[in-house]
Design a protein around this ligand. Structure first.
Ligand SMILES: [Mg+2]
Length: 372
């Protein structure tokens, strides 16, 4: 089997109401699909994260189709590790002169598609290729609900069976604290509450916010500081032992994982298969965490193609804890699949079909494709 073509397909639309994050406002929801075609008629489906910055969609098409594709044409798609290394080696200098995250996210989409091809070729789900599964059901927490009133949103999520939910901060600190208190008051103590700062703070501001939030019994605080502020994380880890820290969606190399986890600076690691360099690297990140007794919560913020990729990671790793489920009202996220996924009572079954176990709704993909 040989690779004959690698395509980037951007699906998306402008949101009626923008989604605020501390690093910027999401005015569109864009989903970066990656299709790897072969001479055997098998096509692998993957996803590359294209949330920020808004212009990254142009860079991603070029990186995948003009840059990485030529490294893969004529190659055997089943040599996943070798092809991943080939892409990493060929782009390593550019991670310094250009952007480590952009390159890792481009490689991610291709790598996931290669795993999908391998599963289809061998007739088994991707989790089987990753060593088998530890669980049949994946526990999820909700995110993306009611930014204006997270207390009301969390009650809605609890009504749908979720036991865990996450709100975002990093905007106006006083308002954020009030909303966080409102969420805890609304749901009481039998709902696990996470807060995500999306790298918004410097160390003094993080200290002020963590002091203000310290009595809310947080399940975790996510990315209070920039991803590679190792000294800052070390300080917070020591000063606020009662607040577990989650981190890892913006770490694009195993080196960063080693530095953070070797020193036990965080409690939960969040490898994202659509960002980290694919499932190949995400598994290595998960294993790094496991070697240090640290749990993983696979990150994902895109379409249900990438969500499924993260489910295979979650199923196959011993140190999995809980999985993000975006509950923002964005129908295209799931509509691009021929069979929509079902999260019921905050859990979802592990995919059973070969490969990722999904197919695209080609009509929906076609009508939602944004030509670049
Ligand atoms: Mg996050």
């Amino acid at each position: 089997m040989k690779i004959t073509r690698v395509r980037f397909v951007l699906c998306g639309y402008e949101l009626p109401t923008p989604i605020p994050l501390s690093c910027g406002e999401l005015t569109h929801r864009n989903f970066g699909l990656v299709l790897v075609e072969t001479d055997a008629g098998v096509t692998g489906i993957g996803e590359t994260s294209v949330n920020f910055p808004p212009w990254c969609v142009h860079e991603r098409r070029a990186t995948i189709e003009d840059g990485l594709q030529s490294l893969l044409l004529g190659e055997n798609p089943l040599d996943i590790a070798r092809l991943n290394k080939r892409m990493v080696d060929a782009t390593r200098p550019f991670t310094r002169m250009w952007a480590e995250g952009a390159i890792a996210q481009a490689i991610s989409g291709i790598d996931i598609a290669l795993w999908d091809i391998a599963g289809k070729e061998y007739g088994v789900p991707v989790w089987q290729l990753l060593g088998g599964k530890y669980r049949d059901e994946i526990l999820c927490y909700a995110v993306g609900f009611n930014a204006a009133d997270p207390g009301k949103g969390a009650l809605d999520m609890r009504g749908r069976g979720y036991t865990h939910g996450k709100m975002r901060i990093g905007f106006d600190d006083a308002a954020d604290i009030a909303k966080a208190r409102g969420m805890r008051e609304a749901v009481g103590n039998d709902f696990a509450m996470m807060i995500d700062a999306n790298q918004a703070f410097d160390l003094p501001r993080a200290r002020r916010m963590m002091t203000a939030l310290s009595d809310l019994d947080l399940y975790w605080l996510e990315e209070p500081l920039l991803n590679d502020d190792f000294d800052g994380y070390a300080a917070l880890r020591t000063e606020f032992p009662q607040i577990p820290l989650a981190w890892g969606e913006n770490a694009f190399s195993l080196g960063n994982y080693n530095t953070m986890l070797d020193n036990h600076l965080v409690d939960v690691a969040m490898p994202d298969p659509c960002r980290s360099g694919g499932l190949t690297t995400a598994v290595r990140m998960a294993e790094t965490a496991a070697n240090h007794g640290i749990a993983i919560s696979p990150h994902h913020y895109g379409s249900d193609v990438g969500f499924v990729a993260a489910l295979h990671l979650a199923a196959s790793q011993p140190n999995f804890s809980i999985m993000l489920r975006d509950e923002a009202p964005v129908p295209l996220r799931g509509d691009i699949l021929s069979e929509p996924l079902a999260v019921r009572n905050g859990t979802i079954s592990v995919p059973a079909k070969p490969g990722l176990g999904i197919d695209l709704d080609h009509d929906i993909v076609e009508t939602s494709t944004i030509r670049l």
